[in-house]
Design a protein around this ligand. Structure first.
Ligand SMILES: Cc1ncc(COP(=O)(O)O)c(C=O)c1O
Length: 388
């Protein structure tokens, strides 16, 4: 059995989510726009999913939730809507955004990029100064997919509100790891993706504050209150709703967070003890409990994280570099580079991300020990090359 330490990349749908979805996969007539009884039942199921997702983010009304196909589509919808509502103005992002945000911003025109400090924390002063200049949209990641660092976005939301600037929060990584509250964040848009919190792949959502502009990316039918055309993915929405309920409970459970933190800390300690010169990237005090991003000292070996990844993968240990890589060379992560990590160390870094107990991708203490041993052996094998 592979050890799955790559849960920020994706998670398996929970049993409860799959069970809830199954009847909707084969149900005749389950088009929520249809006026007959089968259609009305599908609409009812979808309404429950919308309520569950709205509750996850603390939205006042389920009507603020637009279902999409993934996190990237949610981000695209927010950028597209802001660009049409406020044409010709720049967008503001940070230097540690997901590529979906970065690419949407670049496509929208002028981009103002706000730096982060060495621990991944947003330069709040620079952000507030940029907001004062009145961009069309501010788009920031809440919980970083590569480092797990959580940003303090409430002051940004408050400044955006005051200036009338639209504010999008990429919360794709947040469910299950922290509680979400769109009122506290002060955002106009907030994006989610079900496969990051034990829902199915292929469904996401965008929270849109009442009154915030929305221009559909896809046009056609009047689905999603004219905000996204196309017959809705009823099984996916039902599965996402069930997963959202569970994610909300996990985020609110100190016990669940402590348990995953204990496994993450054990993994980290076992590796740091055995692999000299290894560093932990990101603010240790503002980090999701499940994530650690470790930079290995591979100086003089001619190797980088891709070599570690290959050795671990051969033993069924699934981790990632957190950035695109080919078989032999890891590209240094732009997120780590933006935090001031030097390029060789950034290219020698691996992200480990764990799942909570009670989920299909969970790991045990024994799994953590086995994983750490494999990492230590892989590191030793590569480090030995430095001597020759
Ligand atoms: C922070 C963040 N934003 C956006 C996305 C895009 O989500 P999706 O894969 O559902 O399009 C991801 C996925 O890796 C992510 O981690």
């Amino acid at each position: 059995m592979p050890l799955h330490f790559d849960c920020n990349a994706t998670t398996a749908a929970s049993e409860a989510s799959i069970e809830a979805m199954l009847p909707w996969l084969g149900r005749p007539g389950a088009n929520p726009s249809a006026t007959h009884e089968s259609g009305r039942e599908a609409a009812r199921a979808m309404r429950i999913g919308r309520e569950q997702v709205a509750a996850l983010v603390g939205a006042r009304s389920p009507s603020t939730i637009v279902f999409t196909s993934c996190g990237s589509e949610s981000t695209s919808l927010a950028f597209h809507s802001a660009a049409l509502a406020r044409p010709g103005l720049p967008t503001m992002i940070s230097t540690v955004e997901h590529s979906a945000t970065r690419k949407c911003a670049e496509r929208s025109g002028e981009v103002v990029e706000i730096p982060v400090g060495p621990e991944g924390a947003l330069d709040q002063g620079a952000a507030l100064a940029a907001i004062a200049r009145g961009p069309a949209l501010v788009s920031l990641i809440l919980l970083n997919n590569e480092t797990g660092v959580i940003s303090d976005l409430a002051p940004i939301g408050a400044a955006c509100r005051e200036r009338g600037v639209l504010f999008h929060v990429d919360a794709v990584q947040a469910p299950g790891k922290m509680t979400l509250d769109v009122e506290e964040l002060g955002c106009d848009y907030l994006g989610l993706s079900a496969h990051k919190f034990h829902g199915p792949r292929g469904v996401g959502a965008l929270y849109v504050r009442d009154g915030a502009p929305v221009s559909p990316l896809m046009v056609g039918g009047p689905q999603e209150a004219e905000r996204r055309a196309g017959t809705e993915n009823v099984p996916g929405i039902v599965g996402m709703g069930v997963a959202a309920e569970r994610a909300g409970a996990l985020a609110g459970s100190e016990e669940a967070q402590s348990e995953v933190r204990a496994r993450r800390d054990l993994l980290e300690r076992l590796i740091l003890d055995q692999c000299p010169g290894t560093v932990v990237h990101g603010d240790p005090t503002r980090r999701a409990a499940n994530t650690t991003n470790l930079g290995f000292n591979l100086t003089g070996t001619g190797m980088d994280a891709a070599a570690l990844l290959g050795l671990l993968s051969a033993q069924g240990i699934e981790v990632s570099t957190g950035s695109a890589c080919n078989a032999t060379q890891a590209a240094p992560s732009p997120v780590l580079l933006a935090m001031g990590v030097n390029a060789p160390l950034a290219a020698s870094s691996l992200r480990f991300s764990l799942a909570h107990q009670g989920t299909p991708d969970r790991s045990t203490i024994e799994d953590i020990e086995r994983g750490a041993t494999a990492v230590n052996e892989a590191y030793s094998a590569i480090a030995a090359l430095a001597d020759h």
